[in-house]
Design a protein around this ligand. Sequence first.
Ligand SMILES: [Ca+2]
Ligand SMILES: [Ca+2]
Length: 252
Amino acid sequence: MLKSAIVSGLAAAIYVTIASPHSAMAAPWGTYVACSNPAGSPGARQAYVYTGTNYTGNCYIFERDSSGDGNSWTSWDTSSGFPNDAIRSVKAGSSVRLTLFWNSLGTGDNGSVFVIGAGWSYSSLGSWNGQASAARMVDSSRAQNCMDGNNELVLWTDPSFGGDCNTLATSGYTPWAPELMGFRNDSASAVWNASTAARYLYRDARNANLVLTPTPNSFYISLNPPSSGYYQTYIYPNLSTMGIDNVISSAY
Ligand SMILES: [Ca+2]
Ligand SMILES: [Ca+2]
């Protein structure tokens, strides 16, 4: 709850310790902890989020995991203890972007997202104050439009590679649910297999009911091939033409 009584004259921020319910799980589950210095600046791979505007209220640290799972991102949502409908100001570290989602990742939702660029701060989120229910932190070295896919499966919420997007590493974890993909349920409208491996999209959240195998049996388009070498680039710019628009719940 916003402590509306907090004004500039009462600058002492309230912060609490919250044990992460998923601290023992492998990334990409994120964890967050209370800020030790809410008035300070986040580390390069961190964001500070506050329940009050102007960096007041409870302050939590979101940090990119270093699990080595190959992913360029870390995500949080209400199923991993995200401070639901509470965030009102944000500071992003110098090497990460933070994308906020209105609903939890398991909720089918094609709506707009709120992106805080690397090194940016927002003293108020405006109409998003107290609304975000999930977040994804991406290394700012990665393209915001995900067109730099490299040995990854790339998903977009809009046809023709628009809207929100995320990249899924080829190995290292099993994204059996939307919250493990860092991508909203039932929202994928375009996909790119930017890897040499067969990748799979599923209608369900538990790898059942296969609906698409993005493998080299479809058309080939060369799109920003990685400079490090040759990758097969199999692109599906509009899943609706295949009858599977906004149904994907997991990918592998
Ligand atoms: Ca919400
Ligand atoms: Ca969509």
